[in-house]
Design a protein around this ligand. Structure first.
Ligand SMILES: [Zn+2]
Length: 301
C-alpha cells in the first residue's frame, strides 16, 4: 500500500441522474462540492444501462470486459473468482478488517456486482427509507468505504421523461438525501478524513436509456475532501470511480490494460506527479447500444 490519503470514502450514485444535476435545482450538491472537483461531462458506460454502468464503476472495466447486464446481476451472484473482482474485493484483500458497506435501493448491485463472501454491511429500501439507515450506519460504523445507490430519479425519468420538470424535481428531492448522508459523516466526526463523492450512472432520452445521446451518455461527478483541487474535471469515465477509490485508500490499482482494467484517475482531482497521464479510451466504448424502457425498482416518484 502507498499512503492512505483518506480514512473514509463515501460514494453516492444517483441512478438516472445523468448530467441533469446541472439543470435541476440542487442547492445541497452545489454547497457540498463548492470547493471540490466537479464535472457534468463524465462519460457513462455503453450501453447506458445500470448494470453495465455500476459494473464499470465497481470493477474498473468496460461492459465488454465485465459482461454484466441487468438480467445477469438480478439473477446471479457475482462470482468470487472473477478475474475482475469488485472494488470491495480489492479493498478487502489489503484491509481485512475494514468496515465496508453497500446500501443500494436497486439491490442487484449488492448481490450481483459485489461478491457475497466479503462481509460487506448492506441494506436496501427505497431512497427515502434507505437514507436514515445509511446515516445511522455511518454514525455507528464509520465505514472505510461506503457505496450508496439512490434509484428514484431513474424511476421519475422512466415515468415522466428525462429532463422533464418531474424528473428534475425528483433530483431536487434526492439532493436533500445526499445532504443527509453528507451531514451524517459530519455528525460522525469523520468528514475531515473523508473523500465524499456523488456520481450518476447514466442519464436518459425521452423515457428510456441505453443509447449514446448526450442526455444518456453525459453524467455528473463531484468529489470533495482534503487535498481535492477546486476544479472542473476535463476528462473522466464512470469506470474511473474504481481507481479514484483505490488511490484515496492508498491501494495500488492494477496496470492499465485494454482487455482488462481501464480505470484511471482523472487529471484534475489531485496534485500528484505520481498519477499517470490520463489516456483517451473512447475507442474502447463501442458496445452496441440497447434501449432500456423499464425501471428496475423505481416506483418511488
Ligand atoms: Zn433506468
Amino acid at each position: 500500500m502507498s499512503e492512505q490519503k483518506y480514512k473514509h470514502v463515501i460514494a453516492v450514485a444517483v441512478d438516472g441522474g445523468g448530467a441533469f444535476l446541472k439543470v435541476a435545482d440542487t442547492p445541497c450538491f452545489d454547497r457540498i462540492f463548492e470547493k471540490g472537483a466537479v464535472t457534468y461531462e463524465a462519460l457513462s458506460s455503453r450501453p447506458t444501462i445500470s448494470a453495465e454502468c455500476y459494473g464499470s464503476m465497481l470493477t474498473g472495466t468496460g461492459p465488454e470486459i465485465h459482461g454484466l447486464t441487468n438480467e445477469i446481476v438480478s439473477t446471479r451472484q457475482y462470482p468470487t473468482d472473477s478475474p475482475f473482482p469488485s472494488l470491495f474485493r480489492r479493498i478487502r484483500k489489503v484491509m481485512p478488517d475494514a468496515e465496508l458497506g453497500s446500501f443500494c435501493d436497486w439491490n442487484p448491485i449488492t448481490y450481483g456486482i459485489v461478491e457475497n463472501d466479503l462481509d460487506v454491511s448492506h441494506d436496501t429500501a427505497r431512497d427515502e427509507q434507505l437514507t436514515p439507515l445509511i446515516c445511522d450506519y455511518i454514525k455507528d460504523k464509520k465505514p472505510v468505504f461506503l457505496f450508496v445507490q439512490m434509484d428514484s430519479v431513474d424511476g421519475a425519468g422512466h415515468t415522466f421523461g428525462y429532463g422533464t420538470k418531474k424528473h428534475l424535481d425528483r433530483i431536487t428531492e434526492v439532493d436533500k438525501l445526499v445532504n443527509d448522508v453528507y451531514n451524517a459523516a459530519a455528525e460522525a466526526g469523520i468528514l475531515d478524513e473523508t473523500l465524499f463523492m456523488v456520481i450518476t450512472d447514466h442519464g436518459g432520452y425521452q423515457t428510456g436509456h441505453g443509447g449514446w445521446t448526450d442526455g444518456e451518455k453525459y453524467v455528473t461527478f463531484g468529489a470533495v475532501g482534503k487535498g481535492v483541487k477546486n476544479n472542473a474535471i476535463q476528462e473522466m469515465n464512470i469506470r474511473d470511480l474504481a481507481a479514484i477509490v483505490l488511490y484515496a485508500l492508498g491501494i495500488e490499482s492494477p496496470a492499465f490494460e485494454e482487455q482488462g482494467w481501464t480505470s484511471q484517475i482523472p487529471a484534475d482531482i489531485w496534485e500528484d506527479a505520481a498519477i499517470p497521464k490520463y489516456r483517451d479510451i473512447s475507442h474502447l466504448t463501442g458496445a452496441a447500444p440497447r434501449i432500456s424502457k423499464n425501471a428496475h425498482t423505481s416506483a418511488l416518484i
